[in-house]
Write a protein of this length. Structure first.
Length: 661
């Protein structure tokens, strides 16, 4: 996948049509501002200068905050255009606060764990988004989210800024709870309930933008309650220039007569991209209905065509003339209208049989538009009708088809139909590009369902990452305790259904379904003990306990596979990477990327192992510090050996990055 290089923001970069050359050289300061804007669009604001003129400005206090240096924001500043609310400062802090968590593999709940590149992650999406930053920065082609709509009722994700992981673990039942309720109930006396919602959304969208590919796009479902705030929030995070459209989805097929005023028949879907200079929507497949408009009543050898108006309202100096038809009938463009073509072009088109005069040669002239000359696809529209992309009742029916509910009160009401999501997938991804798709409010995993179904239809290679909080169901069921359980069950059953459908097909050359399985990961504490910097009042016993962490920082319950995936996140490799267990010097070693990365987590290292690794010449070799336990001399020799090995190369390609944990 390639992207365009960015053009310098200078007069020399303008086209002759947009701005004449002024002979000046590139403005370095303006260029740096544009580069800064790509990295931190939220720090650019509007203010008035000393002359009272409205100008674009950089909020340097905000820039310092995004870089992790905090001071009192907006103090002693001129009034400016922007969005602010109580808690926004804390949002910036929580973005900067690194996560101390990890994602632990759960093979027993996965399907084809070793083969699949799809991920289902159970956990608080704020922590998960932080953990994915290094491995998936700029890697996601399309994000779709359906966040809480903020209707004034309780919603999850209040964010304990001081200790969000601890709050999550209590909520998920992974440690003793003291009765803390992990919900946030909005009410009219809480800033008209917008503040809590904004505090929940801001850090998640900020981190999500980092994951988008340079030509990536995000679709966000929302209703009237927060569409205005969401638009302003996204303008700040993604940049107003990267707003693409507001889609209107007709979500119901009949009016709600019980409504107090208007029947709310639609939701919105905001569309933003990472870089509007290069992102373009994919054309939608042409429908049979659209192609049916093209016919060939005169047996034109160029194929089917449809008649198109030859006139327009816009003034055209050469568009005022009379034309004489084959029967001698005279035609004019009409009052207030003009021919689109000059008279000479009109005559050339008529001579080439591009003008249609009707079956009797006496009709008002029109231009023949040939199907072979139009785009081999249709431009997406902002109005999404239920007959084309589905409605809420259809979505609920799909959910019931693939999830067995014991209690009807557990059936989700806000689920989206897969036809809607498949429509967005066709706009935001391509089947042959291995595009990565993400939903970090995945609910019942509708997007995962849509990805699998769309891949089956067009032999696509799309992969998904779904993130869902283990939010308790209203009534616990035998097979499901959380909403995340519904999602896993749904994807599991969809995969099985698609696999059976393929097995039943008679055509031997039909391609097998791709990427039907999924790996399950669960948010949990790190597998490594965390060093806490001692305060001046710390006791000798506490200090000794902290120092003991350096001896063996691995938690006793941690498994080699759990440590492996935490290390992958720390060094920036994807969780979907192919992992092979090989044997070096008689010991098991994890191998990734055709042996380019070797990780040793079991047993004690020896000189033979070190020599074997040098012979293999990986780009990275990682092992536990305790692998050298009781042999400090071997560790010192290993460090020197790798340093001596690396010193023999002028470039970086063949160096071995040796690390211990």
């Amino acid at each position: 996948m390639t992207t365009k290089p960015e053009k310098p923001d200078s007069d020399l970069a303008q086209t002759p049509e947009s701005q004449p050359l002024n002979g000046q050289s590139l403005s370095i300061s303006e260029q740096r501002k544009q580069e800064l804007k790509q990295l931190f669009p939220g720090v650019f604001t509007e203010t008035r200068n000393d002359q009272g003129e409205l100008v674009q400005a950089i909020d340097f206090e905000r820039l310092k905050a995004e870089l992790g240096e905090f001071s009192e924001l907006y103090d002693n500043h001129r009034e400016r255009y922007g969005m602010d609310w109580p808690g926004k400062r804390d949002c910036l802090k929580v973005i900067q606060q690194p996560s101390l968590a990890t994602l632990k593999p759960c093979r027993e709940e996965s399907v084809e764990f070793d083969a699949s590149q799809n991920l289902f992650i159970e956990g608080d999406n704020l922590e998960v988004l932080k953990l994915l930053q290094k491995s998936y920065y700029g890697a996601v082609k399309m994000i779709y989210i359906d966040p809480p709509y903020n209707t004034g009722k309780e919603f999850i994700y209040p964010d304990n800024y001081a200790e969000s992981l601890d709050t999550y673990l209590k909520y998920a039942g992974l440690k003793d709870s003291e009765g803390k309720k992990f919900t946030s109930k909005n009410s009219g006396n809480e800033g008209r309930f917008h503040t809590n919602w904004l505090n929940m959304m801001y850090p998640r969208l900020y981190l999500a933008r980092n994951l988008l590919h340079e030509d990536g796009v995000i679709f966000i479902s929302i209703d009237d309650n927060e569409v205005e705030n969401l638009r302003r929030l996204c303008d700040e995070i993604f940049g107003e220039e990267n707003f693409i459209a507001t889609l209107i989805w007709q979500k119901v097929y009949s009016p709600k007569n019980s409504s107090k005023s208007f029947s709310e028949d639609h939701d919105f879907i905001l569309v933003y991209c990472r870089n509007a200079e290069i992102w373009r929507p994919e054309l939608l497949p042409r429908s049979a209905e659209a192609n049916a408009r093209y016919q060939n009543p005169d047996n034109d050898p160029r194929g089917n065509w449809k008649a198109s108006d030859l006139t327009a309202r816009n003034y055209y100096g050469e568009g005022m003339y009379e034309v004489v038809g084959p029967t001698g009938k005279v035609f004019t463009p009409g009052k207030g209208r003009y021919w689109r073509q000059s008279l000479s072009n009109f005559k050339k088109m008529d001579a080439d049989n591009q003008i249609w005069w009707g079956p009797n040669k006496d009709a008002y002239p029109s231009q023949k538009r040939f199907l072979s000359e139009v785009k081999q696809g249709m431009t997406p529209q902002t109005l999404l009708l239920y007959k084309d992309v589905g409605h809420t009742q259809e979505a609920k029916k799909e959910l019931l088809e693939f999830v067995d509910f014991e209690n009807t009160e557990n059936v989700l009401n806000s689920v989206k139909p897969t036809r809607l999501l498949r429509h967005l997938l066709k706009i935001g991804t391509r089947p042959d590009q291995d595009d990565l798709v993400m939903d970090f409010f995945s609910g019942s995993a509708s997007l995962g369902h849509a990805v699998l179904a769309q891949n089956q239809e067009d032999s696509g290679n799309r992969k998904f990452i779904l993130v869902q909080l283990p939010e308790p169901l209203k009534t616990e069921e035998a097979s499901s305790k959380y909403i995340s359980d519904l999602g896993k069950s749904r994807i599991r059953n969809v995969s099985q259904s698609l696999r059976e459908a393929t097995d039943n097909q008679l055509e031997l050359n039909t391609p097998a379904p791709k990427a039907l399985g999924f790996k399950v990961f669960k948010l949990d504490r790190s597998n490594f003990k965390q060093w806490q910097a001692p305060s001046s009042a710390v006791s000798d016993g506490d200090l000794l306990q902290q120092m003991e962490l350096s001896i063996d920082p691995v938690l006793p319950e941690a498994t080699p596979e759990q440590m492996l995936y935490e290390i992958l996140l720390k060094i920036g490799l994807p969780l979907s990477i192919d992992v092979e267990t090989i044997e070096l010097a008689g010991l098991p070693v994890y191998s990734m990327e055709d042996g380019s990365v070797l990780i040793f987590l079991q047993g004690k290292i020896n000189q033979t192992m070190i020599d074997t690794v040098l012979d293999a010449s990986p780009s990275q070799f990682i092992c536990l510090d305790k692998a050298f336990e009781g042999n400090d001399q071997l560790k010192a020799n290993a460090v020197k050996t790798f340093a001596h090995y690396n010193a023999g190369f002028d470039g970086d390609a063949e160096r071995i990055d040796f690390k211990t944990l």
